[in-house]
Design a binder for this molecule. Sequence first.
Ligand code: V1S
Ligand code: CA
Ligand code: ZN
Length: 414
Amino acid sequence: MIQADSDSSRRVAYFYNRLIGKFHYGKEHPMKPKRIAMAHSLIVNFGLYRSLDVYLIREAQLEELKKFHDPEYVTYLSQYMSENKVNFVKEYCSTNNDGVIPENLLEEYKLITKWSQNKSSKNLNTEYKVGDSADNPTFQGLFSYCQFSAGASIDCAHTILTGQADIAINWSGGLHHAKKKEAAGFCYINDIVLCILELLRIYVRVLYVDIDCHHGDGVEEAFYLTNRVMTLSFHQYGDDFFPGTGQLNSVGLGVGRYYAVNVPLKPGISDGPYLELFKKVTSRVMETFRPDCVVIQCGADSLSLDRLGALNLSIKGHGQCITYMKQFGVPLILLGGGGYTIQNVSRCWAYETGICLGQNIDEPIPANDIYYQNYKGDYHLHFPIQENVENRNKSEDLNKIVSQVYDHLKNLEN
Ligand code: V1S
Ligand code: CA
Ligand code: ZN
């Protein structure tokens, strides 16, 4: 049964495009865009879509991406796509057309081939970290994938700014590691930074909260020198865990000093201690920073049983972070992010879509869901809590983090 809470009146904008689930980083790669299609399917089959304002995701244009990213990096990513196209056209012609280029593709083919031949001999892939490691491979449609992810996060900002929504959701966003001119950690274009820049056109202060188990380094770096964006990341830290940044004492620089907040954690933290910490930190941040809008990166790799992360949250625990932020009554933007046990990612993001609407979904996966077989073995929406995982965060360590964060926040100007 779906239970509605008292404030189901909030308008929720939800961004989706069925093409998102078709992109593929490669067979061995842990990032699976299919999880977004799986989440969407649950959102539809649980009936949540009836209460959402559903928007079709569009592709962000090059000029929009250049608002944060280096123009040459954006051009490179877009042209790489064109190279893909040349290969596609060549393949198409050799198999279907005896090598003859169809007239409608000829002009484009010539232009792209010319660019490919003229491009400088230095290895652009290495410079921009695209395709030079297993983390950020090139794949068919890469640039469109980036354009969709960014287009939706930018439009989330627009629905909030224009008052069309109180909460906006883009599960295909949250790609928090991308830098100004560098891909990193499965991220190529930083949709979050683009979303926040859009919000800053009108709003004075924006709070960014990141519950992905990795440090939100790309977003932190982009706003490290400003006092208009506070970045707050909870993440696993230590033993060479990626990306290796996000120490408690990384607090920002210049006027941005104390506007970066980091909560580094050891493996195994469960709902109880995580939520206690989350509430203590976010309540003080909300009180001192008083943001006009909150952007939450909802990476689901902080869930128990994730393929990469080693935190131990349940879906309900992860969702309580959203419930807690919602009760401040400030406009919210929810973005996706990591999450590598894909059946749990889709469960989690469908559940959190319900939270935004004030609808608490709790039933088993509907049998008519097209991805039903992916949940084989456990058709419940919530997986059982892992009792046998050791929480390596002592309560003294967590208390120390809270008191350090409070000390830092005391330095904020009023
Ligand atoms: N942890 C981890 C991990 N696993 C992989 C990986 C595994 C198989 C592949 F075929 C490709 C990649 N890479 C990593 C991490 C990057 C994690 C990115 C998380 C992204 C996010 O959830 O925060 C947001 C979407 N990379 C590394 O640890 C770097 C290496 C140091 C080790 C792995 N090799 C592949 C690259 C170098
Ligand atoms: Ca994080
Ligand atoms: Zn992550």
